[in-house]
Each structure stands twice: as structure tokens, then as C-alpha cells.
Design a protein around this ligand. Structure first.
Ligand SMILES: Nc1ncnc2c1ncn2[C@@H]1O[C@H](COP(=O)(O)OP(=O)(O)OP(=O)(O)O)[C@@H](O)[C@H]1O
Ligand SMILES: [Mg+2]
Length: 541
């Protein structure tokens, strides 16, 4: 091939191999890149072992029973920028993952492989210290140690591949004072648990033997079988897009087109789940958002991928399942780590339109439940009742007659004696609710209404019923509930309105007073529309 040798400018081995360590992998995403290779090699079982030695050295072993490689294939596989895979739908794409994922965590990675139990084990390693020392792209070809052969037998047996990470300087976030001691062991256990969770989510379709969309793989972490976690909780969630909405036609850069798939899941509210269901649903603010799958493997999750802003509690019941295949890699700008994509503006707009009604529905369900839960949460109105009870000299009507069956009272008020008023008449259930009581029986959307209540020693006296389900009660009263004075102040204000209303009312005015109350209630609802219903933590504080 013609070329100008004066212009050939090879990369500096030491600088580049070291620089490639910082491509932004975390341990879990790096480990998943190695698992991708095993799955692409048709493995049915993958085992990951994390080991901490007593002197603080750490090793990670990835073993699979996939197709394996011979010497020549292994040599090619170890090249930075390996050959393109024949199967474009495989989980590998760039020819880099094995190397960049491994070196982001460790300084030496070794691959041992064979294609049948009868073959010799092929082995090659990259050791970054060696490359830096000689500043050449030179691998190590060491003999297979007894320990490695044993590990291969123990975890694989016949054909397959073993990847070993040693010199793991970036496995744990810090250097421990007592290497291999209690604290470092605890950190390894935490990492082990984090990995199980990550793998259980990322490969949940592969791990779930009941999921027929994709072939099955069993993954073990330190001998423990990873349990799949399906974030959509299909046992109880509702998928709200109809069939036609679930397919999105997308134009490819080359002019062709292909389809992506989308499903919108609304989870049941946490308060409607039992302990086992809560475990399965894993409600949390962070878990809302898009779950993006490439070829059945999750590559990005949580958050709204630029479609909407940051996660908000009232959107927390919504999880979107978004599926695409390799033909959209370029269109979606899949990155080397295969851990994120970017939607183009046209698709963003389409998704926004498609999902806005779904979002509103998810928010409505969340708010309705939150309101109900708040409604069940009592606020203490006892001191307000005591205040009214112990203040006899306030202006108010005097009741002379009560008819519970027709809900009328006859009062003496500012209009004179024998004023007949149509007002709820009730027996007080307790002295603490004689004058002020919050109820959930309002049917007209009002915030408060007068009531006449009788007790054992009183014919009837004016009181107020407050609507527990009105926004003012939910958003303002609930927030004020930790300060007794604020609740008392609002209670007394509403009671004073009722006393004044009943002290000035007559059969003609009654309707006007009622209209006035309903208008105030409606205005307050509008004024409070942007105020969020308080969350558990806000209320507790
Ligand atoms: N566990 C394995 N079993 C068999 N072959 C493997 C295994 N791991 C890697 N390979 C081979 O090594 C090659 C390079 O792997 P590498 O992960 O670097 O790139 P890739 O998977 O092709 O692309 P990507 O950069 O997207 O991961 C693969 O194409 C595959 O042929
Ligand atoms: Mg790969």
C-alpha cells in the first residue's frame, strides 16, 4: 500500500495505554463489558469472583463456558481495536472493551482460553507497567500457572475463557491503612453486593428464564447466583401505551429506516404494595425514568434522558422501557462504554408528545394516593376546640331549636329571633371535635362549611367542618402540623368565619354565603396548584 513513511505517527505506547485508563468506567460498568464478551461468545454460565488476599492484593476472575479462543484468535482479541465482529447484533462493537474496561480497574489483565477440553490453554496478558517500562505495545506471554489452571478447571472445566484482573489499583476507591484487614474486607463485600445488583438489572432479560425475548445466561458472583431484577415490576404495574404507540419508526443516517420500541409502565404506589411487592418494585425517586436497552442489554437507566428535567417525586411511578438494536448505534451515538446514548432532537420531540399524557397520568396516580395517605394522617385539632369552648363571649348565634331529620336549626342572631337555617346538624363524636373537625366527606370541593353540633350538655353550637382532601389542608395544614400554633390559628380563623356567617345569615343569605365559601375554596386550589404535596420526609422534619 502506498504511503508516506514520514507521515506515519505511531502513538506513544506508555502515554496512550495509561491515558486509556481514564475513559470513565466504574467497576460495575467495566465488569459488565467483560460479561458482554462472554455472552457474545455464547456462554450459558458466567462466574465472577472477587478475591482479597491477606496482604491486600486483589484479583477479579471472569470465567465463561463460551466458544473460547485459540492462540491466534486470542492474539487478535488482545489488540486495542480488535477486528470487527461478524455478528453486528452482538454485545461487542468497538474492539476495545476487553482492554479499556480491564485497564480502567487494574494494571495487569490476563486472558486464558481454549475451544475444547482437549486443547492447550492459550494465554496472553497486558501489563501496563511492562508497556510503560519499555514503551512498546508488547504483551506478556507467560506460562499458565498451576493456580490459574486450577481456577480454569474449577470455574469452567471444558471450553471457555478466563479473564483475570491483577494489580487492581483502582478496584476500591481508596488505599486502606491495614491492607486485607477488616475495613478492606467490608469494602470488598459492598462491591460484591453492588455488582450483583448491577448485573441483576443490566442482564435481567438474560437471567430471567421465563423471559422468552432473549437467550438465557446464568451469572454467579462469588458463587452466588445473581437474581434478575425487572425494574418494570410487570406483576403489578400497568403498561399504558397501546400497541401502535409502542413502535417508533426512525430514519437512519443512510436514508433507510428501522424501528425502536417503547413501553410506558406506571407502577403501583408504594403505599399500595406489601413488603414483598415493595422489594420487587424498589420505589425510589432515582429509579424513575428511561431504561434503555441495546440488543436486550440495559445500557442506561434512571433519569429522563433530556426529555424532562431532573427526577421529581411526583413522577416516581413512571418507568419507560426503550429498546433499540445495533442498527441505531450511530443514530443514537452509543459510546465506547455502551453506557449511554443521545436521542436526536426530532426523536426527543416525538417522545415528549407521546409520553406527556402518560406522565400526567402517572403524576395523577401518585398525587391521588399521596392525598389519600395525607388524609389518613391525623392533625390535632383538640387545642382549637378547647380555645373555642373556653371563650364564651365571642359573637355567635344562639340555638333555640334543632331538627336533625330536616337538618334545620332555629337561631337567634343579628337578624333577630326565630331565624330558620338549613345547616348540617350533628351529634359531636367527642368533646375534642365539638367545634372544629377535619372530615373527608365533602362532595362540593369546598374547604370549610358551618355545622351545628350538639353534645350531652349543649343543645347545639356553631362549629366548622374542614375538608381534609382540599389542597389547602393537604399542602398548607399538613406542613403546618408540626407547629400547633399555625394549625390552631387556621382552625380559629375558619371557625370565626362560620360563627360570623351563622350570626348574620337568614334563608335569603344562606346561598350567597355558600357561594362565597366555594369561591374562596376554588381560588385557593388555583393559587396552590404549583405547591407540591409534602413528602414523608418533609413532614417528619
Ligand atoms: N470471553 C470471550 N470469549 C471469546 N472471545 C472473546 C471473549 N472476550 C473477547 N473475545 C474476543 O475478543 C475480541 C475483542 O473484545 P473487545 O471486548 O475488546 O471488543 P468487542 O467486544 O469486539 O467490542 P467492544 O469494544 O464493544 O467491547 C472480541 O471481538 C472477541 O472476538
Ligand atoms: Mg467487548
Amino acid at each position: 500500500m502506498a504511503g508516506n513513511p514520514d507521515l506515519v505517527n505511531l502513538p506513544d505506547a506508555d502515554r496512550l495505554i495509561t491515558g486509556l485508563r481514564d475513559t470513565g468506567y466504574e467497576f460495575t460498568t467495566a465488569a459488565a463489558d467483560i460479561v458482554d464478551n462472554s455472552i457474545a461468545a455464547n456462554a450459558t454460565t458466567v462466574s465472577i469472583d472477587l478475591e482479597l488476599m491477606s496482604d491486600g492484593r486483589k484479583f477479579v476472575y471472569f470465567a465463561d463456558d463460551g466458544d473460547g479462543m485459540n492462540d491466534v484468535q486470542l492474539f487478535k482479541a488482545m489488540r486495542y481495536g480488535a477486528e470487527q465482529r461478524e455478528n453486528l447484533a452482538s454485545l461487542g462493537k468497538f474492539g476495545l472493551g476487553l482492554k479499556t474496561a480491564s485497564s480502567s480497574i487494574c494494571k495487569k489483565f490476563t486472558v486464558i482460553s481454549r475451544q475444547s477440553a482437549l486443547d492447550e490453554l492459550a494465554k496472553l496478558a497486558w501489563d501496563l507497567d511492562h508497556v510503560s517500562k519499555i514503551n512498546e505495545w508488547e504483551m506478556l506471554k507467560e506460562t499458565v500457572t498451576d493456580e490459574e489452571a486450577e481456577k480454569f478447571d474449577e470455574l469452567i472445566g471444558g471450553k471457555g475463557t478466563l479473564v483475570i484482573w491483577s494489580k487492581c489499583d483502582r478496584l476500591l476507591g481508596k488505599i486502606f491503612q491495614d491492607p486485607g484487614g477488616t475495613q478492606e474486607k467490608a469494602a470488598m463485600t459492598r462491591l460484591n453486593n453492588k455488582l450483583k445488583k448491577h448485573v441483576g438489572l443490566v442482564y435481567h432479560r438474560f437471567l430471567d428464564f421465563d423471559d422468552s425475548r432473549i437467550h438465557n445466561v446464568a451469572i454467579y458472583v462469588n458463587g452466588e447466583k445473581v437474581v434478575p431484577w425487572n425494574p418494570f415490576f410487570p406483576q403489578r404495574s400497568e403498561q399504558v401505551l397501546v400497541a401502535e404507540q409502542q413502535e417508533i419508526e426512525i430514519e437512519l443516517p443512510d436514508g433507510g429506516d428501522t424501528k425502536a420500541k417503547v413501553k410506558a409502565w406506571i407502577l403501583p404506589h408504594q403505599k399500595d404494595c406489601n413488603a414483598e411487592e415493595k422489594e420487587l418494585a424498589q420505589h425510589s425517586n432515582k429509579a424513575q425514568g428511561f431504561y434503555i436497552f441495546r440488543e436486550g442489554r440495559l445500557i442506561d437507566s434512571g433519569g429522563w434522558a433530556g426529555i424532562w428535567g431532573a427526577p421529581e417525586p411526583h413522577m416516581s411511578l413512571l418507568r419507560i422501557e426503550f429498546d433499540f438494536d445495533h442498527s441505531l448505534d450511530e443514530a443514537f451515538h452509543v459510546d465506547v462504554k455502551k453506557s449511554s446514548i443521545r436521542f436526536d432532537p426530532g426523536l426527543e420531540e416525538y417522545l415528549l408528545e407521546l409520553l406527556n399524557p402518560v406522565r400526567r397520568e402517572a403524576e395523577r396516580r401518585y398525587r391521588r394516593k399521596s392525598k389519600q395517605v395525607l388524609g389518613e394522617r391525623g392533625i390535632d385539632h383538640a387545642s382549637s376546640n378547647i380555645s373555642v369552648q373556653s371563650t364564651p363571649n365571642v359573637a355567635k348565634p344562639t340555638v333555640t331549636e334543632v331538627d336533625e331529620s330536616t337538618k334545620t336549626v332555629v337561631v337567634t342572631n343579628k337578624n333577630g329571633p326565630s331565624i330558620r337555617l338549613k345547616t348540617p346538624v350533628e351529634k359531636a363524636s367527642s368533646p375534642e371535635s365539638l367545634h372544629i373537625e377535619a372530615v373527608d366527606s365533602f362532595t362540593d370541593g369546598g374547604l370549610w362549611e358551618p355545622v351545628f353540633r350538639s353534645s350531652a350538655d349543649q343543645l347545639a353550637s356553631v362549629g366548622v367542618k374542614i375538608n381534609k382532601l382540599h389542597d389547602f389542608y393537604q399542602k398548607i395544614y399538613q406542613r403546618a402540623s408540626s407547629s400547633g400554633y399555625s394549625v390552631q390559628g387556621m382552625d380559629l380563623l375558619l371557625w370565626a368565619f362560620c360563627a360570623a356567617e351563622q350570626n348574620h345569615s337568614n334563608p335569603e343569605l344562606e346561598e350567597i354565603f355558600e357561594d362565597l365559601r366555594l369561591e374562596v375554596a376554588s381560588n385557593l386550589r388555583k393559587l396552590l396548584k404549583d405547591v407540591e404535596i409534602p413528602e414523608g420526609r418533609e413532614l417528619d422534619s
